[in-house]
Design a binder for this molecule. Sequence first.
Ligand code: ADP
Ligand code: ZN
Length: 708
Amino acid sequence: MFLRVITSSRSPGIGNGLTYETEEARITPGSAVQIPLRGGHVDGIVFDVQREREEHEFEVKKVTALLASEPLLTEAQLKTLTWMARYYLTTLRQSLSVWLPPPPWRTLLPQAQTVYRLRKTNPALRSVKQKLICDYLSGKDWVSEVELKRAADATPAVLRTLLKNGVIERDRKFTQDDSEPVMHQTMDHPKLSHAQEEAYKMIRNSTKPSLLFGITGSGKTEIYASLIADCIAEGKQALLLVPEILLTEHNTERFERLVGRGSLAILHSKLTQGKRRAEWRRIHSGGVALVIGSRSALFAPLRKLGLVIIDEEHEWTYKNEQTPRYHTRDAAEVLCREAGARLILGTATPSMETWVKAKGEYTLVSLQERYRTHGLPSVRVIDLGDANFGQHYPFTTPLLDAIGHRLLKKEQSVLFLNRRGIASAVLCLQCRRRVISPDTLLPFTVHQDAIGRPYLLDHTSGNRADVPKVCPSCGSTRLLTIGAGTQRIELTVKKLFPTARVLRADSDTLSSPEDMRRLLTAMQEGRADILLGTQSVVKGLDLPGVTLAAVLIADIGLSLPHFRAGERVFQILTQLTGRSGRAKPGEVIIQTFRPDAPEVALSAKHETEKYLEQEMKLRLYTGYPPFTKMIRLLYRDDRAEERTRKDYHALLTAIEHRTSDAKVNMAPSLFGGGREWHILIRGKDPASLLSALALHDVSVDIDPLECV
Ligand code: ADP
Ligand code: ZN
C-alpha cells in the first residue's frame, strides 16, 4: 500500500505530506507512524491510503513502524482538516497543528512494545541469567522487555543470545488501553418550561443545523442540557463550545451535575502542556461524555461525536487569529456534516452570517421570553454630549443617582466599560468630532509622559502633538478625553461611594477560573455591591442580585472605520440588557455620545430582529459580507508599505483583466503602529485573484473579522 503521510516536520516544502510504502495492514487514515526523513526518523500521521501509486518519479521509502494501536484522527476529522487547508489556504501540516498536541505524537496513545515468549519448552541453558529469563517466561504468553528487565534481570546481550539460539521469539505489540468508558449513567432530564420544550422539540426534529435565537435569560442552558442528555443516552459524545472558558464557571457546574465530574472534560487555554496531553488521551480513550471548551476544543478527539453546541455564536473569540485562521462556526459545520452530528448555534444576538443562513439553510428556533421572570429590564439612554461631568467623567448625575439608589436598597450594580475604547481619544462635545492627526487623518490617542503630562500620539506615523486647548474643527473649548481604563474608574467609584464594596473584573485582575469563581461567589453571596469590568469579562454573567447594569461609554467602538462596528456595538449593548433584573425587576443605563445611532436606539428597545434586518439590507446594498466574500492580506515588516503597494497594483490589474467584480483597498492597519499594512479584497470570489500575487511572508486571512 502507498500512504500520504503528514510529517511532524515543519519544513514548508513538505507541508502537504510525502508518499511512503507499507505492508502493515493495520495502518489506516489517521494512524500515527514512524517514517524515515532526511537520514533520521520522525512521527507522521497517515492522511490517505492508496493501493496504487499515482506518480512514479520518486523512490518511495518504507514506513518504519506503526506507532499507536488506534488512529489518532477519525475520517470525519481528516475530512474537516482537508477542508480547512483548502478553504483557509494552508498546508495540511498547518491545519493539522490544531488537531493534535505538538509532537511527539507517539506518546499520545499506548505504544507498541517489544515483547518476548518462550519457543522451546525444555531448552538447554548455559547460564543462570538465561535460566532466570526462561523460568519467568514459562507458562506465560507475550511478556514485555520492560517487564523482563525488572522481573528477571534481562539484559540486551542475554536476550540476543536466546533469540539467536531459537529459545525465545520476539514481536512488537500494543499494550491494552486500560481506561474504561464511563458513559451511560442515568441523568435527570431537565424540566423545561412550555416555551423551552417547544424550542427543544423543534431542534430535535430538525435535520439541519439550528440557530437557537433566545433572548438573554430565556434559559438556553437548560435546552442545551436536554440535548446533551439525549446525545449521551444514544451512546454518543457531546461538545459545548463557549467563547471564553473563564466566563463559564457557573455553567460548567451545571453540566458537571448533569453528566458527572468523571465524564466531563474542560479544555481551556490555561491548561499546561502536560495536562493538555493527558486530557487528550482521556478523551480519545472514550471515557468522556461531554467536552466543554473554547474554540480549540472543536478539535478534541471525540470519536463518537453526536452533538456540537456553539454558545454565544456571535462572539469574535470563535475566530482564530493565527494560522490556520479558521472560524469555529464554519469548521464546526463541516465537522458535524462529516461526522453526522447535530449542530446548534445559540445566541441572543445572531451574527449577520448566521442570521442570513437561518433564513433557509438552518432551522430558526426563536425563544423570545425570559424563563419565569419579569420581562426584560427597562433601558434608559443618557446623552453624554449634554452631560455636565465636573470631576466625575464618565459618570453622569442620573447614573450616580441610580447607583446610590441601589446601595440604599442593598441591591447590586454592574458597570461596564468598552475595552476596545481603551486607547483614549480627544472628543469635541460641540461638533462631536475627534481630534485627528494631520498626517494620517486617523484619531490621535492620548498618552502620558514620565511626569504625567498628557500628549497626543499618532500610532501610525509615530508623530506627537500637544493636547489642544480648542477644537481644531470648530474652535469650541468643550474638549474631552474619552476612554478611561477600569483602574481609573475604580478609583472614581471608590471616591464617590466610599462605603460601597467594589469588585473589578478585567484581564488584569482575573487570570484563572478560580479568580472568576471567587468574584462570582462574592457577588452571589452579597459580599459586594458594585462589579466593575470590561464587557468582555462581565458579559454572560447570571447574577440574581443585580438590578442595575450600565455601560459607561457605549459607542467608542462605533467610530471605528469597520463595517462590523455597528453589529458589534449592538451585540454588546444587548448582552448588557441581559445582565440586569434576572431575578427582580431591573434597569439598564446606556451612556452614549450618539443616542440616535440605530445600534443604541434599537438595542434600548430590545428590537433585535429589526436591527438584524436593517443591518442585513445595509450589507446587501453596500456589498459587504456575508453577501460578498472578503480576504485580508497582512504585511508586517519594514518593507510592509512597499510590498503592499506592489500587491495592490497587481490586484488592480488582475481585476481589470479578469473583469472581476472585486473591490480592493490598502491601508496601514489601525493598531499596527505604521509597520503593519493590509489589503482588503471583497467580491464574489476574491480568492480567485490571489494567483496574481506571490504571497511571500503575507498572512492570508479568509473571512476576516478584524479589518481596521
Ligand atoms: P440564557 O443563557 O438564555 O441567557 P439561562 O440559561 O442563563 O439563560 O437561564 C436564565 C435563568 O433561568 C437561570 O438562572 C436558569 O437557572 C433559570 N432557568 C432557565 N430554565 C430553567 C428551567 N427549565 N428550570 C429551572 N431554572 C431554569
Ligand atoms: Zn468641535
